[in-house]
Design a protein around this ligand. Structure first.
Ligand SMILES: C[S@@+](CC[C@H](N)C(=O)[O-])C[C@H]1O[C@@H](n2cnc3c(N)ncnc32)[C@H](O)[C@@H]1O
Length: 346
């Protein structure tokens, strides 16, 4: 075989092989992981309404830019850096003299994103990265000696890279350890949580985190059981409801996964803390935009913004939730459940 490597001291490493035209395994999606080398492959994947492996399509970018009304020199916090898609769109708007700090708890994806954005030419004078939960926003601001920011974005939940990588244990479709931690170095995996939780508590979690209609029955059935993998849990839920239509079974599996993910990552605690600290993080006239993906998140954001307007903390807030347009929903189905709300600090 003709090696393209010019470095004869480097042992040749075989490129991962495709198993067919449409690779199924995450690790086989070789070309999608190298968008700079294979732009055509990536464009084809996007045109087919899918997210290229190893990346994340940012949602409602024009709507978010409009809500944040950025200017050259703006100081911005992206609370949920992820793949950096929103950050990449924000950075040119705040140059020159602007500054954006990107937070994320994910120690696996965050360094890749930092590298990607540095390669796009964003230096440390304009773009900084912090490994932090957004619940710790006030600590970050004080350490960075920032009194208040002009704009803040939170795009809640998990990224496509996290969902699509079976090793992370978020996927209902691919076999992987039942983990679901955004930061695998902290807390306990979903499998350990499920093994220890009581039936009553798990039923309440299923209801609170995912509006699960069969919360009580599923709570008794699943709590205390030991599941090693994602597909083991998914199959067990399907088997428990043999009379259900396949689509309803799938929705039930998704709701259980969502409930577990929220619990394992203490997502309510983080969001409630962020919403409480937001007024202290924003300058007067500073703007916040939050993208949420399910009813529990949106309820919290809506309530906090409405209460803030009533008490005079915010001078204005979105009256109606903003949804992705038809074109974006078609091109990126992950935008379908997204709900955007904004507010402006008084
Ligand atoms: C939906 S993705 C963000 C995608 C990003 N806007 C983009 O354009 O690529 C959510 C990201 O937020 C991170 N995240 C979720 N909750 C967090 C929290 N409480 N604090 C910090 N990061 C969080 C996740 O690890 C994930 O990378």
């Amino acid at each position: 075989m003709n090696s393209s490597s010019s470095d004869s001291a480097t042992p040749h490493r075989r490129r991962p092989r495709y198993s067919g035209k449409y690779p199924k395994k995450f690790s086989e999606k070789y070309k999608e992981h190298r968008p700079d080398q294979y732009p055509e492959t990536v464009s084809k994947v996007v045109a087919s309404g899918k997210t290229p492996a190893g990346s994340h399509l940012p949602i409602m970018v024009p709507e978010i830019l409009e809500a944040l009304a950025l200017n050259p020199g703006s100081v911005v916090i992206d609370c949920t850096l992820g793949y950096g898609g929103h950050t990449e769109a924000i950075l040119p708007e705040i140059l020159p003299d602007g500054r954006l700090i990107g937070l994320d708890v994910d120690p696996i994806e965050q360094p890749k994103t930092e590298r990607r954005l540095r390669e796009l030419g964003f230096g440390a004078e304009v773009f900084q990265v912090r490994r932090s939960n957004f619940a710790g926003i006030l600590k970050v601001l004080s350490e960075e000696k920032i009194e208040g920011v002009d704009a803040l974005l939170a795009d809640l939940g998990i990224s496509s890279m996290q969902i699509d990588n079976p090793e992370r244990g978020f996927s209902v479709k691919h076999e992987g350890p039942l983990d679901m931690r955004m930061n695998p170095n902290k807390g306990q995996p979903a499998s350990a949580f499920l093994e220890k939780v009581s039936a009553e508590l798990f039923a309440a979690i299923l209801e609170e985190n995912a509006d699960e209609p069969n919360a009580i029955r599923l709570g008794s059935f699943l709590a205390g059981k030991k599941f090693q993998t994602t597909l083991e849990l998914a199959a067990s839920i399907r088997d428990y409801f043999p009379q259900m239509e396949g689509e309803e079974q799938n929705l039930t599996v998704r709701r259980v996964f969502q409930a577990l993910r929220i619990e394992v990552n203490e997502e309510w605690n983080a969001l409630d803390t962020l919403l409480r600290h937001l007024p202290l993080a924003l300058k007067s006239g500073g703007r916040v935009a939050i993208l949420s993906f399910h009813s529990g998140e949106d309820r919290r954001v809506k309530k906090a913004f409405q209460a803030g307007v009533r008490s005079g903390i915010y001078q204005a807030a979105a009256e109606e939730v903003i949804r992705a347009g038809a074109e974006e929903r078609r091109a990126n189905p992950r935008s379908i459940p997204a709900k955007l709300r904004w507010a402006i600090r008084a």
